[in-house]
Design a protein around this ligand. Structure first.
Ligand SMILES: Nc1ncnc2c1ncn2[C@@H]1O[C@H](COP(=O)(O)OP(=O)(O)OP(=O)(O)O)[C@@H](O)[C@H]1O
Ligand SMILES: [Mg+2]
Length: 250
């Protein structure tokens, strides 16, 4: 089986700071996996390189076997890589429904200008409502996005990404800033979305309960380099990972 994503010898420096260093790994279709590592390890930078938000210094990125290095974020999204951000990236003054509906319309190659004229609007509305239902946000559809609880704003960001029908979804700290109850809920929800939308899913997390609870593969970044890659059991038992990041309690 061809990996859905192949990262090969990827590098990025900011001035003298080597932020990702010779990173290589493959993500298989349908896999759910986690990227962990200390603050500043280069996790978000790696996502920015994959999604085209940052230009890589060297290396290769293949999506479904085809090069995407150097492509624009728009082109990469259109290819099928969706992403939610460490800080939710939503339209705060639009309704929850509109946030997702705008994305559904853009997937159909429409813009808001044409809303009234076309059936696309009705279809996009149906799509958006179905996504909100999956996210458990249906009862909040008419609220303005900024009024949502923090956890729900993070979910809405995921909903916008899902509206673009990705095959690969990248989530940057989906539980960041959440209460313990919200984290538990998010863990279950992400597992549900992974199955329902038939995704390859890669998430960055500091919540080890979530990482070891749902990831099939765990990758550890330290100072920009891939320190380890394996099953949750292998990573938990890895002496280097324990020293660099996990500590003894896992
Ligand atoms: N645009 C930039 N310009 C300069 N330095 C940057 C830039 N983006 C990130 N860095 C630096 O690169 C390093 C890695 O940052 P990154 O955000 O990728 O870390 P991270 O692993 O996501 O950390 P966290 O767990 O805190 O989110 C940090 O030292 C950061 O300050
Ligand atoms: Mg980060």
């Amino acid at each position: 089986m061809t990996p859905i994503l192949q990262i090969q010898s990827l590098d990025k420096s900011f001035g003298g700071l080597h932020v990702t260093a010779n990173v290589s790994f493959d993500v298989m279709p349908g896999e759910i996996s986690a990227i962990i590592g200390p603050n500043g390890a280069g996790k978000t930078t790696l996502f920015n390189q994959i999604t085209g938000h940052l230009r890589s210094d060297s290396g290769r990125i293949l999506f479904n076997g085809q090069n995407i290095l150097g492509h624009s974020p728009q082109r990469i999204v259109a290819r099928g890589i969706g992403r939610a951000f460490q800080i939710a990236s939503i339209f705060p003054d639009e309704t929850v429904l509109d946030n997702v509906r705008i994305a559904c319309l853009s997937k159909r190659g429409e813009t808001r200008k044409y809303l009234r004229a076309v059936d696309a609007f009705t279809e996009a509305t149906d799509d958006a409502r179905a996504i909100l239902e999956s996210l458990g946000l249906s009862d909040q559809a008419e609220r303005l996005a900024f009024e949502l609880a923090h956890g729900d704003q993070k979910m809405l960001d995921i909903g916008i990404a899902l509206a673009l029908r990705p095959n690969l979804l990248l989530l940057d700290e989906p539980t960041a800033g959440m209460s313990p109850e919200e984290r538990l809920h998010t863990k279950e929800l992400i597992l549900k979305l992974w199955k329902e939308f038939d995704l390859a899913l890669v998430f960055i997390e500091h919540d080890m309960d979530m990482v070891f609870g749902i990831a099939q593969t765990v990758r550890v970044l330290q100072q920009g380099a891939l320190l380890a890659e394996g099953t949750p059991e292998q990573i938990r038992a890895n002496k280097e990972v324990i020293t660099a990041y996990l500590g003894e309690e896992f």
